[in-house]
Design a protein around this ligand. Structure first.
Ligand code: COA
Ligand code: MG
Length: 305
């Protein structure tokens, strides 16, 4: 059964104490960050600290990923080489930031081929591509198709906003006060395009973090919108955010009970040789059943059904 990936906690690479805290958090995935949360002067220290934590901390069944620096920087290639050579056993995937071109994926994927052969790593390391610019969004299908290692597409809201020249409406640019400037969901098109591209290929779609970690209601709202648009999970920047995200991306008891009723009604209708069935005066057809089955399977994989 696939492990849930509802909440992805980003943790600055140079802050080892935070790595420990993250290992004990309720996040489904811990992403150790070497990119934008790490100051330039700490890049090498962060790399060493991340390798150390990957090798030595008890991650309690969590999925561990590392966000490397862009492959067009002075740091990205060495991040990939050092982290995977020295801690590849503990690593599920590398997160590539600011992917603008399928060439970025080809580069990382080929390097991983070589490292896996040299180190005899048996579980192939995945790639999560963060789409954070107009160029990346435009090339998203080619990016998603660039390697079989690609397993998720991530929406990088703050850099995407900067890339298209959109107005900044909060301190962090990570999703706060959006409705003050646009009536509706400002990122509907971009996020839906990312979700569609991911789902057409069986990949996961992951939403950006919500920057104000002292605003649980704002976070809940932002996560609910991402969930409604088809995202599978959302990044977090603070351990206080992961319970809220997990709850939003888990089916509720009412949803699970409804799915079971739909599946039961469908099975009875099928036995009776009927195509469509009705519950509470509403039609259930094959599409309704597929939605219900998906939710039921998700509930089962989370141990809720
Ligand atoms: N991962 C693990 N632990 C974290 C954490 C994180 N992302 N953010 C905070 N913590 C820990 C703190 O170290 C502190 O631990 P302590 O109780 O042992 O001292 C505790 O949680 C409470 O933290 P708090 O005081 O509320 O926040 P802070 O001021 O220490 O940190 C931020 C606030 C925003 C600087 C911090 O949350 C952070 O660096 N987040 C990640 C940013 C990031 O990864 N950005 C890139 C992705 S967009
Ligand atoms: Mg970014």
């Amino acid at each position: 059964m696939t492990r849930p990936r509802r909440s992805i906690l980003s943790v600055p690479g140079h802050r080892s104490r935070m790595h420990q805290k993250a290992s004990r958090s309720t996040a489904d995935v811990v992403m150790l960050d070497l990119e934008d949360s790490v100051p330039l002067a700490s890049k090498a220290d962060a790399r060493r600290a991340v390798i150390e934590s990957l090798r030595n901390l008890e991650w309690r069944g969590k999925i561990c990923t590392v966000r490397i620096n862009g492959v067009d920087t002075a740091f990205g290639f060495r991040d990939l080489l050092d982290v995977v050579l020295q801690a590849g056993q503990a690593l599920h995937a590398v997160v590539l930031p600011k992917v603008d071109h399928p060439g970025d994926i080809h580069f990382a994927s080929r390097l991983l081929d070589g490292i896996e052969m040299e180190r005899r790593l048996h579980a192939p390391i995945g790639i999560e591509a963060s789409i954070e610019s107009a160029a990346g969004m435009q090339a998203i299908a080619e990016i998603a198709d660039a390697s079989r290692r690609v397993e998720s597409l991530v929406f990088g809201i703050a850099d995407y906003s900067a890339s298209i020249g959109a107005r900044l409406v909060s301190l962090s640019g990570h999703g706060e006060n959006e409705t003050a400037i646009y009536p509706g969901h400002r990122w509907n098109f971009a996020l839906s395009r990312l979700v569609m591209t991911a789902k057409a290929r069986g990949l996961a779609a992951i939403d950006a973090p919500y920057g104000n970690f002292k605003d649980p209601e704002g976070l809940r709202h932002a996560a609910a919108i991402a969930c409604a648009l088809g995202c599978d999970g959302k990044w977090a920047i603070h351990p206080d955010q992961t319970d809220t995200i997990n709850a939003v991306f888990s089916p509720s008891p009412e949803e699970i009970a409804r799915a079971r009723r739909i599946l039961d009604a469908y099975e009875s209708a099928e036995k009776a040789g009927l195509g469509a069935a009705a519950i509470d005066g509403r039609m259930i057809d094959n599409a309704t059943v597929r939605l219900a089955r998906r939710l039921w399977e998700q509930a089962q994989s989370l141990g809720l059904a």
